[in-house]
Design a protein around this ligand. Sequence first.
Ligand code: PEP
Length: 256
Amino acid sequence: MNKKYRKTIIAGNWKMNLLPSDVKPYTDELRQLAGKVRHCEVVVCTPFVMLPQAVKAFRDSRISVGAQNVSDKDSGAFTGEVSASQLRDLGVKYVIVGHSERRAYYGETDEIVCAKVKAVLNAGLYPIICVGETSAQREQGVTDEVVSMQVKLALSGVPAEKVRHIVIAYEPIWAIGTGKTATPEDAADVCTKIRAIIRALYGARTARAVTIQYGGSMNPKNAYDLLAMHDIDGGLIGGASLKPADFAAIIDAANQ
Ligand code: PEP
């Protein structure tokens, strides 16, 4: 699915899984299986402690490395935090920002998400901004309002020239790690609306250049149908990215 104006990006999110000793076998296998990455960019987002190894292992390949979180501050006395410039210096390219698990378990508000997006962009990295509704919000019929608000707040004060560097991941919370997947039509419907919001804020040229992923129990069986939808430009994949063979099968689906 080679979409003309924007990149298709398949990103794996390991979350807090695997060990540093798993990195080499994983990266060796994925490099071999996904050797012919053509129409998409592939990103592997590991825990912080495994980033240096992953960057080294994927050097000279078409696979990039991402972090799963970042500080909203540039530097200073912020014990335990990791800055965007530290990630850039390591060779990391992408950073997941505002994942629903961080919003739910670590109190990340839309304001914090926005500050992190700016920190990532200012460091010259690419944020993957996660948005999505809960099952209760979907049942109440307020998905569009919730997602629209999250997108607008995450981008507030972000200048137009930087918006082309962002990736948005539409991740309905009820679909994350549950085995329940949004139908391709429902997922694409929200992705199309997200693009419309970006168009209203920044114009048509910018909107068509922004990659909008779907995330939520994407796997080798459902990936092709989801990725075939016009406004779905890739996937953010948790569970199915932990096994190189499954992840490679999803990359294959994006290469069709
Ligand atoms: C995620 O971690 O963003 C995610 C979508 O997880 P899963 O694929 O396991 O639902």
